[in-house]
Design a protein around this ligand. Structure first.
Ligand SMILES: Nc1ncnc2c1ncn2[C@@H]1O[C@H](COP(=O)(O)OP(=O)(O)OP(=O)(O)O)[C@@H](O)[C@H]1O
Length: 647
């Protein structure tokens, strides 16, 4: 195989010197169908693989986007036995005897930096008996379509490059390491500042993971280990995992701990856990210092998962086939966006909300269906039908302040945004997203290339071999090792935190956060500031600021994460059951809201509202969690939190 390609030049060092961190070289594949020559280039856009004809013309080209790549590893094959199969489908760099290589004296030993940790050969590595090759595995999650009818989804793809231009393993590993470093550099430059480690030893700052083992159907631990850890490891993202021990654990943790070590906090659970994280942060006296430097993320393991669905929807990221994978990729993306938070003043206390405030039908369903929790997400459908048959109405008064301009960011509030110093702006409006965030069909990985080059693809992390297994970076051995710095914690091991948290919570009932613009809840609303009122019998009031309340509930299609707007949806008593049924049925597609408000259904874009129920009892929810029944008022705090978003 090698001899036939001896004449090929090996210009990688020249191109590297000329273009800084770009690297390129010629690789070969040898398959039963025949040998092929590839020009492989890594630059700011990702990997470009060009298959060349014997005459040097490009026959086919494939691109793996830098945005789809999570990381890479340099390795050495482990067993000689497998080496015997090396003739098949290996991407290998130029022949050691190649005139071009020898003539240029192209031995990089002195030119390179100290080897990175990926190049450290283990004892086992020395069992390879004579194979001096080094391998670079590049892990990517590319968008694919299984067929025209199916939705786009991400598939794990491993690009394997074999380096064997030199006589010794060390020299080949240095070359592989040079590519690895170039890859890391390209990935690093796409990180936002808050994710970058302050010292050069570490590429990324640490991630704090809070996992609720009781969320959803109780599989969060398993989901994290099976589907999230591998991605974090591939991306070399160090993390500390804490498993929650009880309700309010995350509030205590976030409000009492020193958080300086972490750049982001990830909830592995549902919206309730995320709600605790936000509220814990806003119970800190130093919230204004902490919030801008801490991005928040979620791995959807709850029963609702409205936030995770809304983030994926807002960034055109496929959700349904692999929601956890998409969220894990979001967590390592190194990108964040400001997110509105709503302050909710209840009679006795204030809470902060990122998703919704509800009174009436939907809140009843949310809370009352807890008793059939074992049904998972289906519990909402079953209980909705039950409540529809046994329809209730509630009497009350709803006062609201409309956003001043319907389709632009809120003046008043927006002008005095409580955006904190040092927060970095980032596109959040779906219609303003940079074109690069939307994937055109030309960016999807063509299947034919995946077959030709040693790009190994696995579905659901189960490796599906397309060529000899020893080449596979997708084998579990190569990607299931853990990052040494990652730490697993549970409260049981954490006596210092136990005592501290208990003492601190005892003394603190007060929330911090930006000052309120509203009068106290027991004071009348001002006459002259544009407050409007709806009064009477209501089937429900639901105030929403994300597009989705759950995976299948596209409740406020026009909501944006940082638009300073609460979508206040009112359904009046007297609505017919068929009308209500059609409203509820169409919630999954987002076609339930009227274009123009009518007698029974109203959609109001507001920046603040006050609810005064006239009944003595009922259910009120904030982010799907029940709060005390009674009057409340809410105001939007535009962009005060940061949420992690896909690349
Ligand atoms: N270890 C624990 N044991 C019992 N409850 C817990 C524990 N950790 C957290 N909780 C509570 O569980 C509540 C619900 O958790 P979470 O939101 O993660 O799941 P979910 O309710 O299934 O999902 P969703 O909120 O999306 O419907 C949280 O409000 C939190 O107070």
């Amino acid at each position: 195989m090698n001899e036939s390609h001896d004449k090929t030049n090996s210009p990688s060092r020249a191109s590297s010197a000329e273009e800084g961190h770009d690297v390129s070289d010629t690789f070969y594949t040898s398959q039963r169908k025949g040998s092929h020559v590839f020009r492989v280039r890594l630059d700011a856009t990702g990997f470009t693989l060009q298959r060349e004809s014997p005459g040097g013309t490009v026959i086919k080209e494939q691109h793996v986007r830098i945005g789809d790549i999570v990381g890479g590893r340099c390795m050495r094959p482990k067993k000689t036995r497998r080496l015997a199969m090396s003739g098949a489908c290996a991407c290998s760099s130029g022949n050691p005897n190649s005139p071009a290589v020898s003539a240029s004296g192209d031995r990089p030993a002195a030119a390179l930096n100290t080897p990175s940790k990926c190049s450290t050969a283990s004892k086992e590595d020395h069992l390879t008996d004579g194979d001096v090759s080094a391998y670079l595995y590049v892990f990517a999650y590319v968008l694919k379509k299984r067929s025209l009818r199916t939705e786009l989804h991400r598939e794990r793809t491993v690009l394997t490059l074999r380096f064997r231009s030199f006589d010794t393993f060390e020299d080949n590993m240095r070359e592989a390491d040079r590519w690895y470093r170039a890859l890391r550099w390209q990935l690093h430059r796409t990180l936002e500042e808050i994710f970058v480690a302050p010292t050069a030893d570490e590429r990324r700052r640490r991630v704090l993971v809070l996992l609720n083992p009781k969320s959803g159907s109780g599989r969060a631990r398993e989901v994290f280990n099976m589907h999230v850890t591998p991605v974090l490891n591939e991306a070399e993202v160090p993390y500390d995992l804490y498993v929650t021990k009880h309700s309010d654990f995350a509030i205590e943790f976030m409000s009492t701990r020193c958080l300086d070590a972490w750049c982001c906090v990830v909830a592995v659970g549902g919206d309730g856990l995320f709600h605790e994280i936000i509220n814990g942060l806003l119970q800190r006296e130093d919230w204004a210092h902490v919030l801008p430097g801490l991005a928040l993320g979620i791995i959807p393991c709850g029963s609702g998962n409205g936030l995770a669905r809304s983030i994926a929807h807002g960034y055109n990221e496929p959700y349904f086939s692999k929601p956890v994978l998409g969220a894990a990729l979001t967590v390592i993306s190194g990108r964040s966006s400001p997110m509105d938070v709503v302050r909710v003043q209840l009679q006795q206390r204030s809470v902060y909300s990122f998703l919704s405030i509800g009174w009436g039908l939907i809140s009843d369903v949310d809370i009352e269906s807890e008793r059939i929790r074992m049904l998972g997400y289906q519990r909402f459908t079953v209980w909705t039908l039950y409540r529809l048959v046994n329809l209730r109405t509630y009497n009350g008064r709803i006062s609201y302040l409309l956003t001043e301009q319907e389709d632009s960011p809120v003046p008043g509030y927006a002008n005095q945004r409580h955006r904190m110093q040092g927060s970095r702006s980032c596109n959040t409006h779906i219609d303003k997203l940079a074109p690069s965030l939307h994937h055109s069909s030309s960016e999807y990985l063509p299947q034919e290339f995946a077959d030709v080059i040693s790009l190994e693809t696995s579905i659901n992390q189960s490796f599906r071999s397309r060529c000899d297994s020893w080449l596979s970076g997708g084998s579990r051995r190569s990607f299931y090792y853990s990052i040494s710095e990652s730490i697993y914690h549970s409260l049981a091991d954490d006596s210092e935190f136990n005592g501290q948290a208990a003492a601190s919570l005892e003394n603190r009932q007060q929330n911090f956060g930006p000052a309120s613009e509203l009068p106290d809840l027991d004071e009348p609303l001002p006459q002259d500031q544009g407050w409007q009122v709806e009064e009477g019998e209501f089937v429900m009031m639901h105030a929403v600021y994300q597009t989705h309340l759950g995976i299948d509930c596209h409740f406020a299609p026009k909501a944006q994460m940082n638009d300073g707007t609460i979508f206040l949806i009112l359904i009046r008593g007297g609505i017919s059951r068929p009308h209500l049924l059609s409203f509820l049925y169409n919630m999954s597609s987002g076609t339930h809201l009227p274009e123009v408000n009518n007698e029974y259904v109203k959609v109001l874009k507001v920046r603040a509202f006050r609810l005064e129920p006239h009944d003595n009892q009922g259910i009120i929810t904030v982010d799907g969690e029940r709060v005390e029944f009674g009057p409340l008022q809410a105001e939007v705090l535009p962009g005060i939190a940061r949420v992690m978003v896909p690349k």
